[in-house]
Design a protein. Structure first.
Length: 66
């Protein structure tokens, strides 16, 4: 959303203003922008793997943990 807003031809806002309005720091926005698609996909796979491990532990012996 920040990138689309900033790149819009009718945009009059600065990156700082758009980030502030969205509740995101400028450094977080630039860090996200720097990420490549490959890195995003790798991170998503790792998150899915971690979720599976947590779910497996949660369901262990059909006795939910806290």
């Amino acid at each position: 959303m920040i990138q689309e807003t900033f790149e819009s031809p009718t945009n009059t806002w600065t990156i700082e203003a758009v980030c502030q309005q969205c509740g995101v720091s400028k450094s977080a926005y630039y860090r996200w922008k720097k990420m490549t698609q490959v890195n995003m996909e790798k991170r998503e796979r790792e998150d899915q793997r971690d979720f599976s491990l947590v779910l497996e532990a949660f369901n262990y012996r059909q006795n939910p943990k806290g």
